[in-house]
Design a protein around this ligand. Structure first.
Ligand code: PLP
Length: 406
């Protein structure tokens, strides 16, 4: 019997590994073709960069797609192009990667944290509504883990208070809300192609939009403030060189051929894993959000209840599960506002009034998710087989049995 946890020398429940990134000769050839061409850069948007952008816009169903160096810069350019002014407030979730918040500070705006929904861990529209003030200019809903936010409600609130909506779809390549691709619903959508992401070239980013004015401004900002039809050394706006290369674009174009299949597979595996985990006492899969039609499962998240595991801490549980061969992690250790960056106000954002005090922020649902509940399984594991999903559930049961019989 395989009872002893792998962490203590027992046999691992899951023996196989889950490779990422996935590539074959066609990816190598795509990159080699660019290398041979000698046209590596992207001074005025190379052909392959443009092809990739056109393909991505078509895929998302948006009029424009603009590539840039990473997801953080995509968010930053989108926010600035939306016309925010120093001291404007931007409503964000505390349960996200730091970039969603730091780009707000970089734009000399004030991040205002609205708590997450306990069922989905996405920003809670009721909390967004409560957080709106006269100074609010934008909302950045993060489709966390590839699960769509409640976009109808968010767009309704934005419409009512005249706010811009920038979708952080850095986890949501190919995922859908009511049949629409994430990134195509708000004023702009932002994507990351960093190594761990569901579509990757190591680094890279993309902004999608249907708004011609926004697109022109973001195009300029990513290209040192140049404008279409202007001279090479003519700079209109405070931009920078945020362009990606032809090499990245060739790789991403080729990787896109796999995206639909991979997204569908993760979605099916996620649905199956939900059905298995909801049978385990003390484990609760996240709810599927209202209107979500395709989940990209950049992360598969479930809630852990230590009282059903002899009070084994979440951190220790995640460590035991990882040792069993399930690619997983305990997730964020704390909501963003508890990071030293915010607690100590270690930023040079001159627009933040002295009375803004992040030590007073309290988002109980996000705190519970970080401290006690949330466990993440990584997206590459969701590309496994149905049997792998069964083994993931088996590994959890094995740990439960072990700790409850000690
Ligand atoms: C939700 C979210 N937003 C933004 C980013 C930033 O993307 P990048 O690392 O490409 O700058 C990330 C990256 O992990 C992310 O997870």
């Amino acid at each position: 019997m395989n009872n002893k946890p792998a962490l203590y020398g027992g046999i691992k429940t899951v023996e196989k590994s889950f490779p990422w990134p996935i590539y074959d000769e066609s990816d190598i050839e795509a990159v080699a073709g660019v290398v041979r061409s000698g046209e590596w850069g992207n001074p005025d948007c190379g052909d392959i960069v443009r092809d990739f952008e056109d393909r991505f816009a078509e895929f998302c169903g948006t009029r424009y797609a603009l590539s840039c160096v990473n997801g953080s810069v995509a968010l930053r350019l989108a926010l600035i192009a939306c016309g925010v002014r120093p001291g404007d407030e931007v409503i964000i979730t505390p349960y996200t990667f730091i970039a969603t918040a730091s780009i707000v500070l970089e734009a000399n705006c004030i991040p205002v944290f609205a708590d997450i929904d306990p069922g989905t861990y996405n920003i809670n529209p009721d909390e967004v509504e409560k957080a709106v003030t006269k100074r609010t200019r934008a909302i950045i809903p993060v489709h966390f883990s590839g699960q769509a936010c409640d976009m109808d409600r968010i767009m309704e609130i934005a419409g009512r208070f005249d706010l811009r909506v920038i979708e952080d779809a850095c986890h949501g390549h190919g995922a859908e809300y009511k049949g629409k691709k994430l990134g195509s619903i708000g004023d702009a959508g932002c994507f990351s192609f960093q190594s761990s992401k569901n579509l990757t070239s190591g680094e890279g980013g993309m902004i999608t939009t249907n708004d011609g004015e926004l697109s022109a401004m973001m195009d300029s900002l990513r290209n040192v403030g140049r404008v279409k039809g202007g001279e090479w050394y003519e700079h209109h706006y405070l931009g920078c060189n945020y362009r990606i290369t032809q090499i990245q674009s060739a790789l991403l174009l080729n990787q896109m051929k796999r995206l639909d299949h991979q997204t569908k597979l993760r979605h099916e595996n996620g649905t199956y894993l939900n059905s298995l985990l909801e049978e385990i006492d003390g484990i609760t899969p996240l709810d599927r959000g209202v209107g979500e039609t395709l989940h990209s499962y950049h992360l598969y998240i479930f809630k852990y209840d230590k009282s059903k595991f002899s009070n084994l801490s979440k951190k220790d549980f995640a460590e035991m599960l990882a040792a069993e061969g399930v690619p997983c992690f305990m997730g964020y250790p704390q909501p963003l506002y508890k990071q030293p960056l915010f607690r100590e106000k270690n930023f040079m954002c001159y627009a933040i009034p002295g009375n803004v005090d992040y030590s007073k922020v309290h988002c109980p649902v996000a705190e519970r998710a970080c401290n006690e509940e949330a466990v993440w399984i990584f997206q590459n594991a969701m590309l496994g087989t149905r049997h792998d999903m069964e083994l993931f559930a088996e590994a959890i049961l094995k740990i439960q049995k072990y700790v409850n019989s000690r």
